[in-house]
Design a protein around this ligand. Structure first.
Ligand SMILES: [Zn+2]
Length: 338
């Protein structure tokens, strides 16, 4: 059972989902972990000085109630890095994704037009399959965001120039920072979202298979598939809004982050599928306004507010240029197996 309830004295809403246990998540966590281990072992990532970078992904199940995701440089000499996702954070993503599973909420009214392609999954039903798919998209977004911090050189910059060993997605939001440092950290977060968004679309597009409409489940059209994608990421930022109550100082606000991801979608299509760019991007933008409204992501659905926020985000490129972060950027190539 799940429902959306309004707190009396706050404009924020909390998605509640009852009856889920950490155990049900375990097999999905293992799948995600295995997939990323395969991906990371098929990439050769090097520091600007040519050292081979090693990234360990660790989903921390020891304290399932803890909420965080972080990236840390373990050794400069060995160029080793670690990404830790607390299982509690992953569980929140999972609970948020359940919003797609329930008839009462009916976020995507066209769900019945989808077809289950894989007979083994028929017993689950279309909504449950979509909810699981959304959970994977959300989890990949978080992990890709952390990988982005590493390969874009954010962690090396913070280690070498500010003396901080790690970047946390939730824990340090209320720390006091000098204004100069704060603006750099905020630009890093926006840039990590931008990079992660482009990679995430790559993963999503790959998951849609050769027909471009889906593997286990076929979407009625590619626009429907991308509408689902937009709802999946909107649910992530709605969850972040609940967890942070919009009080964090390091990250852009959840509504801004949502639109960074839509801008990444546009960029991906421009580079890879230019013929589909206009209609997909316009539909995604429209879907984003609707998803923001239905999921109550604050400041995400009034077009004027959205435009003003988008303009505000140009500070990111100014900061990136001013500190010349590109000198820290890692290079990577795919190792092709023979
Ligand atoms: Zn981050």
């Amino acid at each position: 059972m799940s429902h959306i309830s309004q707190e009396n004295n706050k404009k924020l809403f909390i998605i509640q989902a009852l009856g889920y246990t950490f155990d049900s998540l375990e097999s999905q966590l293992a799948q995600i972990e295995n997939h990323f281990h395969r991906i990371l072992s098929s990439l050769k990532i090097s520091t600007p000085s040519g050292k081979s970078t090693s990234i360990q992904l660790n989903i921390d199940r020891v304290n399932p109630e803890k909420l965080d995701a972080k990236a840390e440089r373990k050794s400069k000499e060995l160029a080793t890095y670690e990404i830790t996702i607390k299982a509690g954070f992953s569980r929140c993503l999972w609970v948020a994704s359940r919003a797609l599973a329930f008839d009462e909420i009916n976020l995507l009214p066209w769900v019945e037009e989808c077809e289950i392609n894989d007979k083994r999954l028929r017993h689950l039903g279309k909504r449950e399959i979509l909810a699981d798919y959304a959970y994977f998209i959300g989890s990949y977004l978080i992990i890709l965001h952390e990988i982005s911090h590493i390969v874009l050189g954010h962690l090396d910059y913070l280690n070498d120039e500010i003396g901080d060993r790690y970047l946390s997605e939730l824990k340090d939001e209320k720390k006091q920072y000098y204004p100069e440092e704060l603006i750099i950290r905020k630009a890093f977060e926006a840039e990590a979202d931008r990079q992660a968004g482009q990679w995430l679309i790559g993963f999503f597009e790959h998951s849609l298979g050769s027909n471009g409409l889906g593997g286990y489940l076929l979407f009625p059209s590619r626009l429907h598939a991308y509408e689902f994608y937009v709802y999946s990421i909107a649910m992530v930022f709605r969850m972040v809004q609940d967890l942070t109550q919009r009080e964090g100082v390091i990250h852009p606000k959840p509504n801004e982050r949502l639109y960074i991801l839509i801008a990444s979608l546009s960029e991906y299509f421009k580079q890879n599928l230019p013929c589909e760019h206009d209609k997909t991007y316009h539909h995604a933008l429209q879907s984003c306004l609707e998803a923001g409204k239905k999921l109550l992501v604050i400041d995400s659905f009034d077009p004027l507010t959205v435009m003003l926020n988008a303009n505000h985000l140009v500070f990111v490129d100014d900061v990136i240029k001013a500190i010349n972060i590109r000198r820290y950027q890692h290079r990577f190539e795919v190792i092709t197996s023979k």
